[in-house]
Ligand binder design. Structure first.
Ligand SMILES: [Zn+2]
Ligand SMILES: [Zn+2]
Length: 163
């Protein structure tokens, strides 16, 4: 299994993913655009216990959501770089910001979601091959059917943490 190391911009927080992610998202929703100040966010979905904090501390920033379901961003305590999110009050899976990883380019998205609100200049034709599926990235107007898109091994890992 590949291990990925990551850090915030000031270097106070260092962490490592001790496994490959279960799945990789590129989210084009307006919340992600606002929270990042950018066109989309790249997240590696992985079990919380496979994110090993090597040094430094994080602070929780709860976000308002349209659905009312919790979304908490963990940021470096010192520089505020967003490192990962937890959604829906589920602590077992983290959405790790791929741009904080040293080998970010090794994790292209398996799926593009909420493309209904993508920036019009973002072209998703030939969007590449997904990191975990090894198949061309799926492009979805909104969300997607996990059972249909995730690799079997990832579904088994997910089932194990949400038992
Ligand atoms: Zn920092
Ligand atoms: Zn989003």
């Amino acid at each position: 299994m590949m291990a990925f190391s990551g850090s915030c911009s000031c270097g106070a927080v260092k962490f490592r993913l001790t496994a490959a992610p279960m799945f990789v998202h590129c989210c084009h929703c307006t919340d992600c655009q606002r929270q990042t100040g950018s066109a989309f966010v790249l997240n590696a979905l992985i079990e919380a216990d496979r994110v090993k904090l090597l040094q430094g501390g994080t602070r929780s920033y709860p976000q308002p959501t349209e659905s009312g379901r919790p979304h908490v961003i963990q940021r470096c305590f010192d520089c505020g770089t967003a490192l990962w999110s937890n959604y829906g009050g589920r602590e077992q899976v983290r959405f790790v910001r791929i741009g904080t990883l040293d080998e970010a380019r090794a994790l292209p998205p398996d799926v593009h979601i909420y493309t209904r609100s993508k920036q019009p200049w973002v072209q998703l034709t030939g969007a590449g091959v997904g990191a975990t599926t090894g198949k061309p990235a799926k492009v979805c107007q909104e969300y997607y059917d996990i059972a249909a898109l995730w690799p079997q091994e990832s579904l088994a890992r997910r089932a194990a943490v949400f038992r």
